[in-house]
Design a protein around this ligand. Structure first.
Ligand SMILES: Cc1cc2nc3c(=O)[nH]c(=O)nc-3n(C[C@H](O)[C@H](O)[C@H](O)COP(=O)(O)OP(=O)(O)OC[C@H]3O[C@@H](n4cnc5c(N)ncnc54)[C@H](O)[C@@H]3O)c2cc1C
Length: 321
């Protein structure tokens, strides 16, 4: 069991965590990144990424995250293979965290970049066909289905927004919902139900995603919730849009969150309610949820962390005089 002391402790190794680390290391904060169970974050489970600036051609998600990690290490970040299981924020800076390994981490500032996970249906074919027709992000993958037939599964705001977004790329969008009415806000429902490119299949649950001879999605197997009848719905892309879950279990009762568990920050900043604790990326952003926005807020967290440390140092000097 070891204790690791740093000026800047970062929990999470997605675009937000790595970007915070790159800025933090260059500002001599000697960051430690505790990577968690998914080193590299959500982009490691996707294939093509076409919207991260700086690359003319499509890049692969896992490759992009390896590059970000290498950049963070190159400028002086220490990476830890550990998962934080406990945090102590009550007494202010320095903040203490404990890893699954039993190691203790102490940071003068803490950046929380634990991200979020898309909720999945958990039916056969869903994970196998991820990146081959099944996705959980229309903004990320909609472009790959230009002119093709797509389905969106869900009935809340996320699903309706995803379906509306997909009409930018496809003339044939079908929303599949297990009930006979939507949960989405009325204004979104109206836009969806009146959209000429969108149809709705009511009272259908998805039983499985099925591949064609080319190994990509060919159809979705559906079951009618009223008649029990099975049917196949042929499509090129299927977007599971049943919501996201932020990884904030650790912070329950310790930091303010919204009803869905996203960390609350001061508007336009990554500052949480505790001075010196910052939140960056999907863990505090249920609206944009993109790699570039996560990286952007990671950068903001590091810049604000630097300012916080400077204030702390002045206060300590004054107290010593
Ligand atoms: C299938 C898919 C495809 C996508 N495609 C695109 C795309 O093409 N373009 C795009 O811009 N965005 C895309 N996204 C969205 C993008 O991946 C996310 O917006 C982005 O990864 C969020 O970054 P983040 O750093 O906030 O968190 P995440 O990437 O979610 O990373 C969270 C990190 O926190 C760590 N962690 C969690 N809990 C702990 C803990 N207790 N202790 C230590 N570490 C912990 C995890 O191990 C992980 O490293 C896609 C998402 C998915 C799921």
């Amino acid at each position: 069991m070891a204790t690791h002391r740093t000026k800047m402790l970062i929990i999470g190794s997605g675009p937000a965590g790595y970007s915070a680390a790159i800025y933090g290391a260059r500002a001599m904060m000697e960051p430690i990144v505790v990577q968690g169970l998914q080193p590299g974050g959500q982009l490691t489970i996707t294939t093509d990424v076409e919207n991260y600036p700086g690359f003319r051609d499509v890049v692969q998600g896992p490759w992009l995250m390896e590059e970000m990690k290498a950049q963070a290490e190159h400028v002086g970040t220490r990476m830890m293979w550990d998962t934080i299981v406990e945090v102590d924020l009550e007494n202010g800076s320095p903040f203490r965290a404990v890893g699954d390994s039993g190691d203790e981490y102490i940071g003068d500032v803490l950046v929380i970049a634990t991200g979020a996970q898309a909720k999945w249906l958990g039916v056969p074919g869903e994970q196998e066909l991820g990146g081959k027709g099944v996705s959980a992000c229309a903004t990320c993958d909609g472009f790959f289905y230009r002119g093709k037939k797509v389905a969106v599964i869900g009935g809340g705001n996320t699903a309706v927004e995803e379906a509306l977004y997909l009409t930018n790329h496809s003339d044939d969008v079908t929303l599949i919902h297990r009930r006979d009415e939507l949960r989405a806000e009325k204004i979104l429902q109206d836009r969806l139900l009146n959209h000429p490119k969108i149809s709705v299949l009511w009272n259908k649950t998805v039983e499985s995603f099925e591949a064609g001879d080319n190994g990509a999605l060919s159809h979705v197997r559906l079951r009618d919730t009223q008649t029990g009848e099975d049917s196949d719905f042929g499509c090129d892309g299927a977007f599971v849009a049943i919501g996201h879950a932020p990884s904030t279990e650790l912070f329950k009762g310790k930091l303010p969150m919204d009803d869905s568990g996203y960390l609350l920050v001061e508007a336009g900043t990554p500052k949480t309610s505790i001075p010196g604790v910052f939140a960056a990326g999907d863990v505090m952003d249920h609206t944009y949820r993109q790699a570039v926005t996560a990286a952007g807020t990671g950068c903001m967290a590091a810049l604000d962390a630097e300012r916080f440390l400077a204030t702390l140092e002045v206060a300590e000097r004054e107290a010593a005089e």
